[in-house]
Write a protein that binds this ligand. Structure first.
Ligand code: NAD
Length: 511
């Protein structure tokens, strides 16, 4: 079944808006190639661009490596000045950048502005970090000796990023890597080249203004073949790759084969447990934002709801009512809460998962219809779906990158935690409860097995101050705040003998 409303901007209007925004940012679009910028709002192409060639990738890594040799010896607080200037430019151009995020990734205005705010926040964090790259002093077992740990820049960081956080993920990596003394070559998603051109342009401008080498950052537009160049290049010391578990399975072993480092941020299959004592008003709000927000296209999107049997009926009733009221459509419209899926291929994947889960006994409780198909036949607007399931079948245990929320019930907390952890992914998790003991059990070693575990808040919408990432098939990487910076540096242990004796460790005697 299809329900339609024609109120969408045209591709022509979106092209004009993108060009105006890029113009305000000072970016000239290198039009004319057959690598297309497109918009999920109408599902149509905006411009033809030039993709990077193998030669471009080679030159970008060589230039970034040459810049690294200077940048690594630039005092860290001075490196922070580049990041500070980038943050200022992001503040200045917040609105135009958010427009590009909406046009290319389909995010509603408030989330697109939030994405740019996240970039600003990580710049602030990384500026502070540039004065806090602390190493430890360690007690030596030998008299007249000092042991110290020092942290040094690593080299060129290859950043490969996904479409759904087309700018924020870049900034988490880049702001921290630059403060740490690394240089960056970025291969963004093939679906979001315009916001990438804008970010690259602002960073180059910041570099010029503070007198940093231009090649501290290079951008390579293109598809996965361009990403593979970074993966296989031994001059790329760290490959930070964000995307599907499928991508991580290819990238991880290839980087390891050349003894490079990788930081993998992959798919999630996030769950929330709702306990009998939960504040249901809070839970409904948190669940709907986490499950339907960003049209279900966050790595941290809530995909499984594990509800205590005693409150399941009441909670489901309230969720069904909330789902029926969700405004779906033009993400530039301030009333819209759910924008488009990135492509009709995503819609096909959603429909296929729904067909499979229904064949396995799942029951659709709300949503699931396609919207606006007459106004924009190449676009994919879909109603977020609630599906009641009795068990975690193979479909439920997979990440379908679309707004499907599977609802399961439980009787004991132990059973809920077991269900919660019984998936291959381990990114984000939460529990809604007013029982402190339950909350603490969920957060303990025997509780959630995820990299992110929350109480009385949904699974999505992390702040930059904490380390971000997950376990198991989510890849194990940590980015952004806390001490995630250590992945972008190498440590050296120094033993300094300031005595006149040569004493050997473990009391070994020799000569
Ligand atoms: P994707 O895996 O299709 O692509 C991600 C990036 O990897 C793109 O730039 C792509 O060109 C590149 N790529 C793909 N295969 C490659 C290869 N073999 N070698 C080198 N590069 C390769 O992912 P997507 O559809 O853009 O994004 C959605 C996925 O990303 C979801 O699974 C989501 O959960 C995940 N994601 C994870 C996080 C996280 O932090 N854990 C954040 C955002 C998105």
């Amino acid at each position: 079944m299809t329900s339609d409303s024609p109120a969408l901007p045209t591709t022509h209007e979106l092209r004009a808006r993108a060009l105006a925004g890029l113009g305000n940012l000072g970016v000239t679009v290198p039009e004319g190639g057959d690598f297309h910028a497109r918009t999920p709002l109408t599902g149509e192409n905006l411009f033809g661009l030039q993709a990077a060639t193998a030669g471009d990738a080679e030159a970008a890594v060589a230039d970034a490596h040459a810049a690294f040799l200077t940048w690594r010896s630039t005092p860290a607080p001075r490196r922070g000045e580049l990041v500070r200037r980038l943050g200022e430019l992001l503040r200045e151009h917040k609105s135009d950048l958010a427009d590009l995020v909406t046009i290319e990734a389909g995010k509603i205005r408030s989330e697109a502005l939030g994405e740019v705010q996240e970039m600003i926040d990580i710049c602030d964090f990384a500026v502070g970090l540039s004065r806090q790259l602390y190493g430890r002093t360690i007690a030596s077992e030998r008299p007249g000796h000092r042991l110290a740990e020092t942290w040094h820049p690593l080299g060129v960081v290859g950043v490969v990023s996904a479409f759904n956080f087309p700018a924020a993920v870049w900034s988490w990596n880049t702001a921290v890597a630059l403060a740490c003394g690394d240089t960056v070559v970025w291969k963004p998603s093939e679906l979001t080249p315009l916001i990438s051109l804008a970010c690259d342009h602002l960073l180059c401008r910041a570099a010029d203004e503070v007198g940093a080498p231009r090649d501290v950052h290079r951008l390579l537009l293109g598809d996965r073949a361009v990403g593979e160049r970074l993966v296989d290049d031994p001059r790329v010391a760290l490959v930070s790759a964000t995307g599907s578990t499928r991508m991580g399975r290819e990238v991880g072993p290839r980087v390891a084969a050349r003894f490079g480092r990788s930081l993998l941020e992959l798919g999630g299959n996030n769950a929330a447990i709702v306990a009998p004592s939960a504040d249901l008003d809070l839970a409904v709000q948190g669940i709907v934002f986490a499950a339907a927000g960003t049209a279900g296209q966050r790595c941290t999107t809530l995909r499984r709801l594990i509800v205590h049997r005693d409150i399941a009926e009441t909670l489901v009733e309230r969720l069904v009512a909330a789902y029926r009221r969700l405004p779906i459509g033009d993400p530039f419209d301030e009333n819209t809460l759910v924008g488009p899926l990135i492509s009709t291929a995503s819609l096909d994947a959603m429909n296929s998962a729904l067909a499979r889960v229904q064949a396995q006994g799942g029951k659709v409780l709300a949503g699931g219809n396609r919207r606006l198909s007459q106004a924009a036949p190449r676009a994919a607007y879909a109603e977020p779906v609630l599906v009641r399931v009795d068990e975690q079948t193979d479909v439920v245990r997979e990440e379908t990158f679309a707004p499907i929320l599977y609802v399961l019930t439980y009787d004991t907390l132990e059973e809920a935690i077991e269900l919660h952890n019984d998936v291959p992914q381990g990114l984000s998790s939460s529990i809604f409860t007013r029982d402190q003991q339950e909350a603490e059990i969920f957060l303990s070693a025997a509780g959630s097995d995820c990299g992110i575990a929350n109480v009385n808040i949904g699974t999505s919408g992390a702040e930059i101050g904490g380390a971000f990432g997950g376990e198991k098939e989510t890849g194990g990487g940590r980015e952004s705040g806390s001490d995630a910076w250590k992945a972008y540096m190498r440590s050296a242990t120094n033993t300094i003998n300031y005595s006149s004796e040569l004493s050997l460790a473990q009391n070994v005697s020799f000569l």
